[in-house]
Design a protein around this ligand. Structure first.
Ligand SMILES: NC(=O)c1ccc[n+]([C@@H]2O[C@H](COP(=O)([O-])OP(=O)(O)OC[C@H]3O[C@@H](n4cnc5c(N)ncnc54)[C@H](OP(=O)(O)O)[C@@H]3O)[C@@H](O)[C@H]2O)c1
Length: 274
């Protein structure tokens, strides 16, 4: 039984790969640039671009389960190729954006829900992971913090429940190795609601110095964020933050899966402060 790990260079995919490798599972790691994969000896590597159906057959040959990143372009072809290859189970890295009742009208929600629906309509059993904002999004503040400049942030009082990527990888690894999570849709958050401003304050406290925050207007943020994110996702994220100022973020950590409390943002900062 061989598991295909898509996004094997990604934060979550890399974590899933390390966990299954440590547990002795047969793995194949994929990337759009497989030559850049740095995986332990014995793990096969393969080219897979989820938006390029030509790459599906060879990546899926002999595969029984998949850890999948969400890419709606080509998902129907991916599902067809997975069924033809005999894939039995797929664990999808989706998003809490798919939970919104208006997810189909929201670009971020739509990106994930279209993949969820394609999988659920297939003959392959599915586990959906729907994480809230990643703790690692704090890396977006890295350059400003390093240069000593203010962190530029729109809606700094938006409340999120940042989830540690290792918690997502733990749940994904469980879903790929334990039958009881088949068919579940699992919402993952951190253990508490915390504003973006408080997150920056926690980083500052750990560094032992102040970090100034420059609150961007929506127009300024649109211009700045569009340099590294598709414009439709920028609008979607800004809408989400705007709505998240009003009250605390819902908490739905995955302690029921992992049997341990969700990792805190403070722990993430401690691990990444270097
Ligand atoms: N950040 C958040 O707050 C948040 C919240 C909820 C859900 N999510 C979900 O989590 C994902 C990010 O996870 P992450 O932090 O682990 O990612 P990451 O470290 O940014 O890495 C992205 C991975 O996606 C792979 N990828 C991108 N496009 C691909 C394609 N067309 N075909 C195959 N692989 C492709 C990349 O593979 P190669 O470059 O090697 O091809 C890479 O390994 C988001 O895309 C979103 O779906 C994120």
């Amino acid at each position: 039984m061989t598991t295909l790990i898509t996004g094997a260079r990604g934060n979550v995919g890399g974590g899933v790969l390390r966990r299954l490798h440590a547990a002795g599972h047969a793995l194949r790691a994929s990337s759009r640039e497989p030559g850049r994969l740095d995986v332990p000896e014995g793990i096969e590597t393969v080219l897979l671009d989820l938006a390029e159906p030509d790459t599906f057959e060879s990546a899926l040959r002999g595969i029984t389960q998949v850890f999948l990143y969400a890419e709606p372009e080509g998902v129907d072809e991916f599902v067809g190729a997975a069924e033809a290859a005999g894939v039995k189970h797929i664990v999808l890295l989706s998003s809490s954006a798919a939970l919104s009742p208006t997810a189909l009208e929201d670009p971020l929600g739509r990106h994930h829900i279209l993949v969820e629906r394609a999988l659920l309509a297939s003959s392959i059993s599915t586990t959906l992971l729907r994480p809230d904002a990643f703790a690692g999004n704090a890396f977006g503040w890295l350059d400003a913090i390093r240069s000593g400049g203010p962190v530029e942030q729109a809606y700094p009082d938006a409340n999120v429940a940042p989830v540690h990527e290792d918690d997502i990888a733990d749940v994904a690894a469980a879903a790929l190795t334990e039958d009881w999570l088949v068919g579940h849709a699992i919402t993952l958050t951190g253990p508490r609601s915390i504003s973006l401003r408080e997150q920056i304050t926690i980083v500052a406290g750990r560094l032992g110095r102040d970090i100034a925050i420059h609150e961007l207007t929506r127009a300024e943020a649109e211009e700045k964020m569009a340099r590294y994110m598709p414009a439709e996702f920028v609008a979607s994220l800004l809408d989400f933050w705007a709505g998240a100022v009003a009250g605390p973020a819902p908490i739905s950590d995955a302690e029921w899966v992992t049997c341990k409390p969700a990792r805190t943002f403070e722990q993430w900062v401690e691990e990444h402060i270097h």
